[in-house]
Design a protein around this ligand. Structure first.
Ligand code: WTA
Length: 664
């Protein structure tokens, strides 16, 4: 099957927006943006008249308790950016009350539980009562505006309820992905100074229980400042320990509260949440997002990039533990009053049709997932897809890592049936919402390219060494953004210096994204992957330093160096090189133990795929490990090592190449 709109140029195939989207039948509305000329007009306005553009969109999409009179303040150079600084609003009011008042029976969340056939839904009216109940519980715990709450929960609607309950009181939430280990959770709870943790007895994924509460208990052994743990009963398992008065059952506490709680107006610049993400150094950083600018970014991008209209059912498969879950399972869809699908399970449970059955059952109109899932499902064959009725779909999206053209084409043809727009959205935890992306009714797509900047995003490609902007087309360098935008992160919790050093000082006057990129002859952007020590495994960011320090924590390890290896399924995988302390014997049992050490310290997502015990690591004469050499060797490019003059002992190269060829 090929798409109706596919055209082949000398360089690559291009795909025009599908006819059915641009000229809809049956009274369906036209896309919000239905031509490149319309995109350009809006984009130009956002750059040339930003005050006008942002005032209009912020007033159209959000309800303000106190209108802002001032759109933006500060500069990237100074790192003091602020948006709508004198405006006040409440995020939960915007996401819940507005729709609960107007249309209480509208479905806010469709909950697809782990076990098929157990779907249920939550209306906006019900959501308001649930959010208010939990907000009152948090208030009864003594929490007040500005306090921080950790959320460690499975993918159930109550996880979103917990986030919105925090937002209702002006509390700052920090959601920790429930696949992280107790040690990782403890580190985040302590860094964010949380006094309350919200969790569930257990989670379920592919019928396997995850002992969520037990992991919290373990983590809190090193967090004495936590006073209360609010526990949702998800599975009702008998094995869960309960330590009253610290632990409080969600259902009991909520039952004691009034189901209305007045929303607390906050300043647009008050923090809405912290989200920890990996950087170049070992310690994860708590990226801070604001209430006004962030919410506007999430709502505006979702509206335009997925072309959301009334009655749409939007499904983003990301976990709420990641930024994608924050912006596109919770805040974006609810700020638009849309219906959002909360998917608890995994794409292959009970079989590889799960996503597509989900689309059929709930008549999903926009579907958003990661390239790693697309590649994995493609391996199972087309029948799992084609046996389901996917005719409700209009826009299908991809996020988290570059999508290879083959996977893009399969997604377009087999899942989209050649009738949907495919949006390859590039963004980051720090950007809060999409920054480079096609618009479904306007952009002519090129598989593998995230295409053009979203409104308000002024991109630049810089020479990595000189920092000079490279003008024109057909150029490559590092990706940067030239001016601030509403949903960008404002700081790193407790460490503004690190924020400046990571994003703003490397190239003064620019936001440095950490990715390499090219702009082709037609002006399309192509993301080339990270240029720092961040590894992207299945769309999850991990820092090499974090994995290295987990390995060094093991008593047998002398040194370690971790690099990314190319991986067909997960994009990249973790390859660890380890040297042992004197007198310790290298064997398979020890290797397995070291892999386990990383899983326990960080979590299963950080599991090294390959771990190689070596006698020596490549180093400079001053003793610095040269990771570049290891990267080249694992990528099978040992013949392209470049300048080796700094390598102190060139004789180790042959041994390394041999060991890698045996291991990979
Ligand atoms: C990568 C996820 C290519 C990139 C939203 C970025 C992508 C990092 C794409 C951020 C894409 C994300 N094409 N690469 N469409 N989307 N990335 O913070 O390297 O988990 O810097 O945010 O993922 O990952 P994060």
């Amino acid at each position: 099957m090929t798409s109706d709109n596919q055209e082949h140029t000398a360089q690559s195939a291009t795909y025009a927006p599908p006819e059915r989207l641009v000229n809809p039948e049956n009274g369906r509305q036209k896309p919000w943006v239905s031509s490149m000329a319309e995109y350009e007009a809006l984009y130009n306005e956002s750059i040339q008249q930003p005050d006008k553009f942002w005032t209009r969109t912020a007033n159209e999409l959000l309800t303000w308790d106190r209108p802002f009179t001032h759109v933006t303040h500060g500069s990237l150079k100074e790192g003091n950016m602020a948006w709508f600084p004198d405006g006040q609003l409440n995020v939960s009011y915007n996401c819940v009350d507005r729709w609960a008042i107007k249309d209480p029976n509208r479905v806010a969340f469709v909950y697809e539980a782990d076990e098929p056939g157990q779907a249920s839904s939550v209306t906006y009216g019900e959501l308001l009562a649930k959010v208010c109940g939990v907000a009152n519980v948090l208030h009864s715990f003594g929490l007040r505006k500005g306090d921080t709450v950790a959320i460690y929960m499975p993918m159930v609607p109550e996880a979103a309820v917990a986030m919105l309950a925090c937002a209702r009181l002006g509390l700052v939430h920090t959601v920790v992905f429930a696949g992280f280990s107790s040690a990782s959770l403890a580190e985040r709870v302590a860094d964010a100074r949380c006094r309350v943790v919200i969790t569930a007895d257990e989670g379920l994924r592919g019928s396997r229980p995850i002992r969520t509460k037990a992991i919290v208990d373990e983590a809190l052994k090193s967090c004495p400042e936590v006073e209360r743990v609010l526990v949702l009963r998800r599975t009702g398992s008998e094995q869960v320990e309960f330590n009253a008065p610290r632990d409080v059952w969600w259902h009991e506490a909520v039952a004691a509260q009034r189901p209305y709680c007045p929303p607390v107006p906050v300043n647009a610049e008050d923090p809405l949440f912290l989200l920890y993400t990996s950087g170049s150094t070992g310690k994860p950083k708590g990226v801070v997002h604001t209430s006004g600018g962030y919410l506007l970014g999430a709502a505006l991008t979702l509206k335009y990039v997925f072309d959301i209209h009334d009655g749409d059912v939007f499904c983003c498969t990301a976990d709420i533990g990641w930024i994608t879950g924050h912006s596109y399972v919770v805040y974006g869809p609810l700020a638009l009053g849309s219906t959002s699908v909360v998917f608890e399970s995994v794409p292959t449970y009970p079989d590889a049709s799960r996503y597509w059955k989900l689309v059929e059952d709930h008549k999903i109109t926009q579907f958003y997932t990661a390239p790693t899932a697309i590649r994995a499902l493609r391996r199972h064959g087309d029948d799992f897809v084609t046996k389901c009725d996917l005719s409700s779909l209009r826009v299908i999206g991809s996020v988290g890592e570059p999508i290879n053209p083959d996977a893009w084409t399969w997604y377009n043809e087999v899942v989209g049936g050649g009738r949907c727009a495919v949006v390859d959205t590039y963004w980051q935890t720090e950007t809060g919402s999409h920054v480079i992306t096609p618009l479904p009714g306007a952009t002519i797509a090129k598989p593998g390219s995230a295409t053009f900047p979203f409104f308000g995003i002024e991109l630049a490609i810089l020479d990595p060494t000189t920092g000079v902007e490279i003008e024109g087309n057909d150029v490559s360098g590092v990706l940067a953004i030239k001016r601030s935008w509403p949903s960008m992160a404002r700081t790193i919790a407790g460490d503004h210096k690190r924020f400046l050093e990571t994003y703003l000082s490397p190239y003064p006057g620019y936001y440095f994204a950490g990715d390499g990129a090219s702009r082709d002859a037609d002006g399309y952007y192509w993301i080339r992957g990270r240029v720092d020590d961040v590894i992207n495994v299945s769309g999850h960011r991990l820092s090499t330093a974090e994995v290295e320090s987990a390995l060094i924590g093991h008593h047998a390890v002398a040194e370690s160096a971790v690099v990314a290896a190319p991986d067909e399924l997960t994009g990249q995988s973790i390859c660890a090189f380890v040297t042992l302390k004197d007198g310790i014997e290298a064997n398979d049992k020890l290797k397995a133990e070291l892999v386990k050490e990383v899983r326990t310290r960080i979590g299963p997502i950080a599991t090294p795929k390959v771990l190689i015990l070596v006698d020596e690591l490549p180093k400079t004469r001053s003793g610095k490990i040269i990771r570049r050499i290891l990267r080249k060797v694992v990528a099978g490019e040992a013949d392209q090592l470049g300048d080796l003059s700094t390598l102190s002992d060139p004789s180790i190269l042959d041994i390394l190449v041999r060991e890698v060829s045996v291991a990979i």
